[in-house]
Design a protein. Structure first.
Length: 157
C-alpha cells in the first residue's frame, strides 16, 4: 500500500452510525495535518452481474489504494456526515470509519455491527487517492483517455 503525499487528496469510505448510509470523507494535507474537509453520499451499487459493455466516453476514475499517517483532524469546513450531520468520526477495530456525535463514549460500527468503547486518537487511515481521467476529443482512429495531473496545493510559509 502506498503512502499518500502532501499534494494528494485521500478519500476514505465511512458509514453513518444512525442509518448505515455509505459516504466518502475527503482528506487534505494542510499545515502538517491531514484534515477532513468534505463528505458526500455514495450510492451503493446492487450486486448484479451484467454483460460487458462497450466503454462510454464519460470520464472515469482511477483509484489508487493508499494510507495516510500522522495527525488526523477535522477541518473547520468539514460539513459532517451527509446523513445525520455528526461532525466527528471514529475508527472501528475492523479498520473502517463511522460518523460520531462526539458525546457518547461508545460507538456502534455499521460495517461490522459491533459496539465498543471509544478511546485514543486515529493515527492512520486506509483510503484511496483518486486521479481523474479526462476525455480527449474522440478520434475514431485511436480513442484514448489521458490522466489528469494530481491537484497540487501551494502553501505559503
Amino acid at each position: 500500500m502506498n503512502r499518500a503525499t502532501e499534494s494528494e487528496n485521500v478519500i476514505v469510505n465511512a458509514r453513518c452510525t444512525r442509518n448505515g448510509g455509505l459516504f466518502e470523507i475527503k482528506f487534505e494535507f494542510r499545515n502538517g495535518i491531514w484534515e477532513a474537509i468534505n463528505s458526500i453520499i455514495i450510492m451503493e451499487k446492487p450486486h448484479v452481474v451484467t454483460a460487458p459493455r462497450i466503454p462510454t466516453f464519460h470520464p472515469t476514475t482511477q483509484i489508487l489504494p493508499t494510507e495516510i499517517r500522522g495527525t488526523i483532524s477535522i477541518g473547520s469546513d468539514y460539513p459532517g456526515c451527509p446523513y445525520c450531520r455528526n461532525r466527528s468520526f471514529f475508527l472501528c477495530g475492523c479498520g473502517r470509519l463511522c460518523c460520531y456525535d462526539g458525546v457518547d463514549r461508545y460507538g456502534y460500527c455499521q460495517w461490522c455491527h459491533t459496539r465498543g468503547r471509544l478511546a485514543g486518537k486515529i493515527k492512520s487511515l486506509k483510503g484511496d487517492v483518486q486521479q481523474r481521467w479526462t476525455e480527449i476529443p474522440f478520434n475514431s482512429a485511436s480513442p484514448t483517455l489521458q490522466l489528469a495531473p494530481p491537484r497540487v496545493r501551494n502553501t505559503l510559509p
